[in-house]
Ligand binder design. Structure first.
Ligand code: G3I
Length: 373
């Protein structure tokens, strides 16, 4: 059943303590992000995790704001085939069915996540036998064909390959496939298989390169990969800009970061590729603890980044990686926590689903963006 405005309000009120209901109702007053996006030809989406897929209030908020869904983890190989031949399509199927009911488009994330630690354990331990390159190709083929055939036309857009470039060197990452088939060959084959078995889907290479100085090698590596794929005739349609931004992403007017980011996006779009913001959130690790100051800082970083990135008409999708602070992966990311022990505030809604300044910044950036065809 599609969620109407009335049932959205009912779900929100039921799902929240009464002290929050007024704020939630207030959040319903401005135009939804998806309505603002539609006016510009921009899809607005969110990554929902299994844990929050059973939260009616959160889903109602997502249905109100978004016309696109991506499963945060449920579409990954580790989740779909945790043991060889034992498929677990149920959680992703349920999410995609709900998206369809809501009239949302679905992004598939992802067919192949290059870094070895994100491949299923059994894949990393696979016995490739006497003809390893053939066996590697067969295993990759079986995976992509099975997944694409299972989901069929339900998927509007696939992250075919995720994070293939090593940010430190700019070279291609190694895994059990690349070691047996060659990295470029494996990436190329993944796209060709996706094209054959999901012929209507947009096919995306997705990565987390940024505009800052420290990401120069990462940007170079991604550009090289895209050029190499294009020159081989690989069916790659777009670059996914993950956009896990933070204080290090200074792309304000006149900054070097902005120049470098534009240069990068110019080169990507110059290859005829589209762009998507696939995993947007703002890491506030370097911002002060004070909530008002922090939220304002997060909003300012977002507005700068989105003003530049959404100025490209080739960027037709904007997806959040979590809409409310408590749902964000950053709360559990041990590698770079806030040193003051405070919870992160990286998303447009707080843990009570109240809109934050970041939501205003996103709305303003969408309003300022040019219309896409
Ligand atoms: O579901 C299990 C739970 O049963 C278990 O008790 C718990 C113990 O650690 O783990 C739970 O699984 C975790 C899962 O998130 C759900 O919370 C996994 O350990 C954890 O590795 C997994 O992290 C995800 C990560 O990708 C790795 O798949 C994050 O949620 C997800 O946000 C993150 O998303 C990635 C994109 O796919 C690619 N780009 C970067 C982005 C952020 O890292």
């Amino acid at each position: 059943m599609k969620i109407s405005r009335r049932s959205f309000l009912a779900a929100m009120a039921a799902g929240a303590a009464s002290t929050h209901a007024t704020a939630l109702l207030a959040a319903d007053l401005p135009e939804s992000l998806k309505v603002l996006g539609k006016r510009k030809g921009l899809n607005v989406g969110n990554a929902i995790g299994g844990r929050y897929f059973s939260d009616p209030a959160y889903k109602a908020l997502m249905a109100r704001e978004c016309n696109m869904l991506v499963a945060e983890n449920e579409g990954k190989w580790q989740a779909l085939e945790p043991r060889q031949g034992q498929y677990n399509f149920g959680p992703a199927d349920a999410m995609y069915a709900w998206a369809r009911e809501q009239g949302m488009l679905v992004r598939g994330h992802n067919l192949v996540w290059q870094e070895a630690k994100w491949l299923p354990k059994w894949v990393n331990e696979f016995d490739f036998g006497a003809q390893p390159s053939k066996a590697a190709e067969a295993l990759l083929r079986k995976h992509i064909v099975t997944v694409c055939s299972h989901f069929g036309d339900a998927i509007h857009s696939y992250d075919v390959v995720n994070e293939a470039v090593d940010p430190k060197t700019g070279g291609l990452r190694a895994n059990v496939f690349t070691e047996r088939m060659g990295a470029l060959e494996q990436i190329d084959l993944s796209f060709r298989l996706a094209k054959e078995h999901a012929p209507k889907a947009q096919l995306v290479y997705n990565d987390y390169m940024r505009g800052d100085e420290g990401s120069a090698k990462h940007r170079e590596g991604v550009l090289k990969l895209l050029h190499d794929l294009k020159s081989r005739g690989t069916p790659v349609h777009a670059l996914g800009l993950q956009s896990h931004i933070g204080s290090w992403d200074d792309v304000s007017n006149g900054s070097k970061g902005q120049r470098e980011w534009r240069k990068f996006l110019d080169e990507v779009t110059g290859m005829g590729l589209d762009l998507l913001i696939t995993e947007f959130d703002v890491n506030d690790r370097k911002l002060p603890a004070d909530v008002a100051t922090r939220d304002a800082g997060v909003a300012a970083l977002a507005k700068d980044y989105l003003d530049v990135t959404l100025s490209y008409k080739q960027c037709k999708d904007f997806l959040l990686w979590g809409m409310a602070d408590h749902t964000s992966w950053l709360q559990e990311w041990k590698e770079a926590p806030r040193t003051d022990g405070q919870k992160m505030r990286p998303t447009p809604f707080d843990d009570q689903l109240r809109a934050k300044p970041l939501r205003d910044a996103i709305a303003a950036a969408i309003k300022a963006a040019p219309v896409r065809s």
